[in-house]
Design a binder for this molecule. Structure first.
Ligand code: DX5
Ligand code: ZN
Length: 220
């Protein structure tokens, strides 16, 4: 079993101090910086977008993992790349022409990811898996931080791992939502390569740097 990448989510950071938050993550065990974009249409909440990503990117030392919870993401891919995205993940449920969107992301020079809502079966990725760099499994319903982890995710990650082997895909499996010390171990056992964590990392009294170090030590 390989140690997973850790991706703290800015959604749970102190948004009034983004420079300080980004700088302290720069010296932490974070491997990627997870950036949640919500449009109030694909999900029932609005977070932040391009200008905020640009501001974060000025201080970021790690790759920025942009999770687009928006409708018609194809119109904004180049703008997110230009604003500093390393990885761009779009939702399966938001893209009737998902194959084209994935090619567009790769053409921009970004890693391409597809996110699956909790009700979306992994089997739907069979014909696209080999083209993907990342598959993001939502372990909560997207739209809000701080929700409870959906236990069925463990089974889903294991099934996805099998599908990736069967299709010869080297995509990373990323899990997003309600991740903490309670489920990180089993998730990695099941096949998760990247763990996103928002509230667990930023709400801990000892702060994000110590919490990420604790998570890293727990998983090593
Ligand atoms: C939810 C977002 C997540 C969120 C995770 O819609 O995609 O990235 O920030 O936050 P926690 O870890 O608090 O569930
Ligand atoms: Zn996310």
């Amino acid at each position: 079993r390989r140690a997973p990448l850790l991706a703290p989510s800015f959604l749970a950071a102190d948004l009034a101090n983004l420079q300080a938050e980004t700088e302290r993550l720069a010296t932490s065990a974070a491997d990627w910086l997870h950036f949640d974009v919500m449009d109030g249409r694909f999900v029932p909440n609005i977070s932040f977008g391009l200008p905020v990503l640009q501001a974060v990117a000025r201080y970021a030392k790690q790759p920025i993992d942009v999770h687009l919870m928006i409708e018609e993401p194809q119109h904004y891919l180049a703008a997110f790349r230009d604003a500093g995205a390393t990885n761009i993940t779009v939702h399966y449920e938001a893209c009737p022409h998902l194959h084209r969107v994935v090619q567009q992301i790769k053409h921009l020079g970004c890693r391409a990811g597809v996110a699956l809502n909790p009700h979306t079966p992994v089997a739907l990725l069979e014909d696209l898996a080999a083209d993907l760099d990342v598959v993001l499994v939502m372990s909560v319903n997207p739209g809000f931080g701080g929700q409870a982890f959906i236990p069925n995710t463990l089974k889903k990650v294991a099934m996805l791992k099998e599908l990736l082997l069967d299709t010869g895909s080297d995509a990373l499996i990323e899990v997003d939502g309600g991740v903490s010390l309670d489920n990180a171990g089993p998730l990695v056992e099941a096949g998760a390569d990247v763990l996103v964590a928002g509230n667990f990392v930023f709400s801990a009294p000892e702060g994000p740097v110590a919490t990420l170090a604790r998570l890293r030590k727990h998983l090593d």
